[in-house]
Design a protein around this ligand. Structure first.
Ligand SMILES: [Zn+2]
Length: 268
C-alpha cells in the first residue's frame, strides 16, 4: 500500500513538472503568436468590437442623420452586444461606492450652480442630437482665469477621471471648430452592470477609444474648451458631465449631483 502511495505521488510530481516544461516550450516557440494575439486584443477589428458600431451610430444621431425608429432597435441590440463584449474582455461590476469625482484635484465645490440646480432636463431628447434642448448635466469648473486650459495654481492641465467603471462606446478627439458639435472632444462610457452611460464633454484631449475598458479613477482626458458653446471666452473652462440610464435602448438623463457629492476624491 505504502509503495502504491509513493508511486502515485511520484507520478503526480512528474505530471506537474512535465506540464510546466511543456507550457514553457510552447510559449518560447510561439512568441510571434503571443505578440499577434496581444495586438489583436488592443486594436480589435470592427466586426469584433461592437463599440465601433455604436460610435458610428451615435455620430449619425448627433448629426441627426438617422431617425429614432430606425436607430432604436439597433441601439438596443448594440447595448446587449457591448455588455457581452465587456464580460468577455474581463469587465468588472462596480457600484456607486466605487465612484470617483471626475476632476483630479477638485471636489464637489467646483460644481456650478447651487445644490445641483445646473441640471435642467428641459425636454431633452437624445435623438435631437446636437440640436437638443435643456442641460441635463452638471458643469464642473476649474481655476483657469486666462483660459489656457491649465489650472491657475498648478500650471498644469487638469485630468478628467472616469467616474465609473465601464467601456468606452463613443468619442471624438478631433472636434471641428467650424462644425456644430456641442460636446467638442467628448467621451461616452457605458457601464453594463448599471445600464448607464456617462458623457464627458468639452475636453481638450482624450486618451481613450471605443472598446477600451476603464476603472473608476482612470485618467481619460484633459479638461478643455472644445464645443460650440464652451469655446467662446464667455464660457469659463469646465467639464460637462451627464449620466443616462438606458431604457429599451433609449438614454434617459438623470441628475447625479448627490452621487457626485458622495464620490471619492482623487486625493482621498
Ligand atoms: Zn454643460
Amino acid at each position: 500500500m505504502k509503495k502504491l502511495i509513493i508511486l502515485f505521488v511520484i507520478t503526480i510530481v512528474i505530471a506537474i513538472s512535465g506540464c510546466g516544461k511543456k507550457e514553457k516550450t510552447v510559449s518560447l516557440n510561439s512568441t510571434s503568436d503571443t505578440v499577434k494575439a496581444k495586438t489583436e486584443k488592443t486594436t480589435p477589428k470592427s466586426e469584433e468590437n461592437p463599440c465601433l458600431k455604436f460610435d458610428e451610430l451615435n455620430k449619425k444621431i448627433l448629426d441627426r442623420k438617422v431617425k429614432k425608429d430606425e436607430a432604436l432597435p439597433e441601439l438596443k441590440k448594440l447595448f446587449q452586444e457591448i455588455s457581452d463584449y465587456y464580460d468577455k474582455n474581463g469587465g468588472i461590476k462596480y457600484t456607486i461606492n466605487d465612484w470617483r469625482f471626475p476632476l483630479d484635484g477638485y471636489s464637489y465645490n467646483a460644481i456650478g450652480g447651487k445644490d445641483g440646480n445646473g441640471y435642467v432636463p428641459g425636454g431633452y431628447n437624445y435623438f435631437d442630437g446636437n440640436k437638443h434642448t435643456g442641460h441635463p448635466a452638471q458643469d464642473i469648473f476649474i481655476h483657469d482665469s486666462n483660459q489656457d486650459n491649465k489650472d491657475d495654481g498648478t500650471g498644469k492641465y487638469v485630468n478628467v477621471l472616469s467616474v465609473t467603471g465601464g467601456i468606452i462606446i463613443s468619442c471624438e478627439n478631433n472636434w471641428d471648430p467650424k462644425g456644430d458639435g456641442r460636446g467638442g472632444n467628448y467621451i461616452w462610457c457605458f457601464c453594463p452592470y448599471d445600464n448607464t452611460v456617462v458623457y464627458y464633454a468639452h475636453n481638450r484631449e482624450i486618451f481613450v477609444k471605443p472598446g477600451d475598458i476603464v476603472k473608476p479613477g482612470d485618467k481619460i482626458a484633459y479638461v478643455g474648451r472644445t464645443g460650440v458653446n464652451a469655446a467662446p471666452s464667455r464660457s469659463p473652462t469646465h467639464l460637462h458631465i451627464s449620466l443616462f440610464t438606458v431604457k429599451d435602448g433609449y438614454p434617459v438623463p438623470e441628475n447625479i449631483y448627490q452621487n457626485l457629492k458622495k464620490s471619492k476624491l482623487s486625493y482621498d
